[in-house]
Design a protein around this ligand. Structure first.
Ligand SMILES: [Zn+2]
Length: 307
């Protein structure tokens, strides 16, 4: 599932390609994916794109009609931008999100749900195999008032800055700790996966952060000191920063903004999907277990439950 760094990678890739583009036509192949009221569709007509933003895992495309398109990729969503008459490997093209072969074939294909055509011939495809993702259209001023936006915990730092801030603010640390403290016996991994506690953490960065902070994922939240929680938030931030700076994470393969492919997890992950390999810190074999109902990767020596 794309997490905050993956969506941020999409935001970075699409910003330079979409700003200034004018919408010509929207083709909806799957109504479930395009949750837009008929009466609002007029605000898409000949609208120009003036901004591309992100909050947690939600991507927002602002239009000059004072409306905003919102995208949630959920488990298998992907966004693919193709210049007019371009070869598939054209450097100006861009594909990110859930990694599949759709990145490298002619589109639409079987997973294509919505197509945005621009007046210069460029196209943006929203693909989603499992159809859990969605697109909504809202007045720009209403976006922050939506329940799923208003309830979100803070962003760890402003990852949209070209130079990602080196430090987490005191305000964010305090808000995070305060929100964690609403949970007592719940395992810390489940707590940080809660988007109301902190925005944008999913399975990859939860495992990576807990490993770096040397905290066992099943530790009840109340057993951790404020100092532990600060160290944990810093660790997650470090992992996300490495991920964004190395070109954005996907599960197995990825296609960077330049079209090249690679195993992205290898560039920053220390434990995620590394069961059977040696812990980079102590050499003990990494194991896979289950915490908070999720597949969880730990070093059994570095991460012990505090009694
Ligand atoms: Zn270890």
């Amino acid at each position: 599932m794309p997490e905050l760094p993956e969506v941020e990678t999409i935001r970075r890739g699409l910003t330079k390609r979409l700003i200034g583009q004018k919408l010509h036509h929207v083709t909806v192949l799957e109504n479930k994916s395009f949750q837009v009221e008929d009466e609002d569709k007029v605000f898409l007509k000949e609208a120009s794109i003036i901004g591309v933003r992100r909050r947690a895992k939600v991507l927002m495309i602002d239009l000059d009609t004072m409306y905003t398109l919102l995208f949630h990729l959920k488990m298998t969503g992907q966004l693919i931008f193709r210049e007019a008459d371009s070869e598939l490997d054209d450097k100006r093209n861009f594909a990110a999100g859930h990694p599949t072969g759709s990145w490298l074939v002619d589109l639409p294909d079987r997973s294509t749900r919505v197509i945005f055509d621009f007046d210069n011939g460029a196209r943006l495809f929203f693909n989603d195999q499992r159809k859990f993702g969605w697109i909504k259209l809202l007045p720009t001023s209403e976006v922050v008032k939506q329940k799923f936006m208003a309830e979100l915990g803070p962003e760890i730092v402003d990852f949209t800055k070209e130079k990602i801030p080196a430090k987490i603010s005191e305000k964010t640390y305090k808000e995070f700790i305060q929100r964690v403290r609403k949970h007592t016996k719940a395992p810390i991994k489940g707590v940080i996966l809660d988007q109301k506690v902190i925005a944008g953490i999913g399975n990859i960065y939860a495992d990576e952060g807990l490993w770096e902070a040397k905290i066992h994922p099943a530790t009840p939240a109340q057993k951790l000191s404020d100092k532990d929680l600060r160290r944990l938030l810093r660790a997650v931030k470090n992992s996300m920063t490495r991920s964004i700076e190395s070109g954005g994470s996907t599960m197995k393969n990825y296609v960077k903004s330049d079209g090249s492919r690679g195993n992205y997890l290898e560039r920053f992950a220390n434990v995620f999907r590394r069961e059977g390999q040696a812990c980079p810190r102590c050499g003990t074999e990494i194991i896979k277990t289950k915490v908070a109902g999720r597949g969880t990767h730990i070093c059994p020596k570095c991460q012990k439950i505090e009694e």
